[in-house]
Design a protein around this ligand. Structure first.
Ligand code: DOR
Ligand code: ZN
Ligand code: ZN
Length: 428
């Protein structure tokens, strides 16, 4: 039986409607649709969203399968309501050739839980010296359109300019991890009151902002598209706002953790809070929320960064940077943006599905919930309340900053082209 009737869901938070899935597509959206021959999913009180799209996921395969694989990462994505993720290039080997991006793309196809769109490296080995074969990665089966050295900044202005020029040929985009390397040497946390009290090396906001300012100017100069990864400061928001006011082709993302957590948490010295870019101040968090609400920041991206416990359960200075995020992203966005009144569910659909898919030029995702569209869908119970329990994660890693924290909302179902990947909150 290939028909599914989702009954009485608030589509994008609107009035309750029925959605009928037939095979891989949505057949009808309306009220009082016939359930004949269909499996019924009662969705009263639940929100139906287009399948979420992540522009920024570290799946770690090839090379660090001890922290995540494409299979475990796509399972975690499905649990979080995602139907497509962009797999970052900082693997071992680096995804800087057609061969490696095709390998990741093939593993994604085999996983079946979530579509995987590989990101290609901008420079060979993420070394920032020599442009990688962007054209070959684009022309490969993986069809790469997003390029990033994430984890590292493309700090050489000439290399950045060339990359921006190169991707214009196929409407690609360069996603920059904005971090001026000299200004962040030895940095351990946000530079500010807390870092000076703790005596930890500070990571100044200007290290991020100076690169963003340079790159929006470069993108404007060559008439190309730049995307800024994980904005973390109020100043970064101002620069992106200014660039957009000029009509330049600039987009930006924010992570769930930068919408909720601050550098005050570093006082615990718990490395679970160590992340790049670092957690900033309350004022930065508020500016990021406002910017996501007004559209200055285009989308939420998880920067899901799994690490094995031996790389996180150690002293602060030695710990790896990053936190897992796929399975908690929507709950954090509900708490910080929806329950706070800054964004409605249609806004969440926009910032977590429509816009990230559009930035990545991803086909078949980020589509409206209407007849004829691929049935990539996420059903959310916004009334659910529960403490985060990492022992139940589908991800291979457990480095969440939310362990034991009560967060609102839960993904009850995810459908990837009509196939349920999550049912009643569990992997199908
Ligand atoms: O915290 C981070 N972790 N930031 C990055 O830019 C890279 C990522 C990782 O790969 O672990
Ligand atoms: Zn990054
Ligand atoms: Zn990242």
């Amino acid at each position: 039986m290939s028909k599914i009737l989702i009954r009485g869901a608030k589509v994008l938070g609107g009035e309750p409607q029925d959605v009928l899935i037939d095979g891989e597509s949505i057949e009808a959206v309306g009220t009082g649709l016939s359930a004949e021959g269909a499996t019924v999913v009662e969705a009263e009180g639940k929100i139906l969203l287009p399948g979420l799209v992540d522009l920024h996921t570290h799946l770690r395969e090839p090379g660090r399968e001890d922290s995540e694989t494409v299979l475990t990462g796509t399972k975690a994505a499905a649990v979080g309501g995602f139907t497509a993720v962009h797999a970052m290039a900082n693997t071992f080997p680096v995804a800087d050739t057609a061969g490696v991006v095709e390998q990741v793309w093939r593993l994604g196809k085999e996983s079946g839980y979530c579509d995987v769109q590989p990101v290609g490296a901008v420079t060979v080995g993420l070394e920032g010296k020599k442009l990688a074969e962007l054209g070959a990665m684009h022309d490969s089966a993986a069809g790469v359109k997003v390029f990033s050295d994430d984890g590292k900044c493309v700090d050489d202005a000439v290399i950045m300019r060339r990359a921006l020029e190169y991707v214009k040929a196929f409407d690609g985009v360069v996603a920059q991890h904005a971090q001026e390397p000299r200004l962040t040497e030895g940095a351990q946390m946000n530079e500010g009151v807390v870092s000076s009290e703790l005596g930890l090396g500070g990571w100044p906001a200007v290290a991020e902002e100076s690169i963003i300012a340079r790159d929006v100017l470069l993108a404007a100069h060559v008439g190309s598209r730049v995307h800024i990864c994980h904005l973390s400061t109020a100043g970064s928001v101002e620069i992106v706002r200014w660039a957009k006011s000029k009509g330049w082709n600039v987009t930006a993302e924010v992570t769930p953790h930068h919408l909720l957590l601050t550098d005050e948490l570093v006082r615990t010295y718990n490395p679970v809070y160590k992340v790049n870019p670092p957690l900033r101040t309350e004022a930065d968090v508020m500016a990021l929320r406002e910017a996501l609400a007004d559209g200055t920041i285009d989308c939420v991206a998880t920067d899901h960064a799994p690490h094995p416990h031996e790389d996180k359960d150690c002293e602060w200075a030695a710990a790896a940077m990053g936190m897992v995020g796929l399975e908690t992203a929507l709950s954090v966005v509900q708490q910080t943006m929806v329950d706070s009144g800054l964004l409605d569910w249609a806004g969440v659909a926009d910032r977590m599905s429509f816009r990230p898919a559009a930035i990545g030029r991803l086909e078949g995702h980020g589509r409206p919930v209407s007849a004829g569209e691929p049935a990539n869908l996420t059903l959310v119970d916004p009334a659910y309340r529960g403490a985060v329990d990492p022992s139940g994660f589908a991800s291979r890693s457990r480095n969440t900053p939310y362990e034991g924290r009560e967060l609102p909302g839960r993904v009850t179902h995810t459908w990837l082209r009509g196939r349920a990947t999550v049912v009643d909150g569990n992997l199908a």
